[in-house]
Design a protein. Structure first.
Length: 129
């Protein structure tokens, strides 16, 4: 999972950095997708390409945003049990470097409470050039 807190992880992380296609939609010679499943998330809701239809759903804290993404992970892992075999690594950039830890704690709590069946591999921050 790549989280770009406040920006578009889909736009920057995927097309600008590590996804299978570059900004011109041309295949990359090298992509993280060759070694792992990738999921790019624009977070918090309302940034990048994410949106809500009810303004009351905008989050006000990192903890609320982490709960939103943990809920997303619960739904994804429920529908894709094969993902449970691979550890989840949370990569983030920019402010997401701080947020990745908050999300990691939320995911760990869900694992400990039996709400998520996965292995948390770790959280990482990277700086794009």
């Amino acid at each position: 999972m790549v989280v770009d807190q406040g920006g578009s992880g889909v736009g920057f992380g995927n097309f600008g950095e590590i996804g299978p296609l570059d900004v011109n939609l041309k295949p990359r010679n090298s992509t993280w997708l060759q070694k792992a499943d990738l999921m790019f998330v624009d977070s918090p809701v309302g940034t990048g390409f994410s949106y809500v239809e009810d303004d009351k759903l905008f989050v006000k804290t990192d903890e609320e945003s982490a709960r939103d993404l943990t809920t997303l992970l619960k739904a994804i892992y429920k529908e894709n049990a094969t993902l449970e075999k691979s550890p989840l690594y949370i990569f983030a950039e920019s402010y997401g470097g701080k947020f990745a830890v908050t999300l990691g704690l939320s995911v760990l709590q869900a694992i400990q409470q039996g709400q998520l069946q996965l292995q948390l591999g770790g959280t990482y921050y990277f700086h794009s050039l």
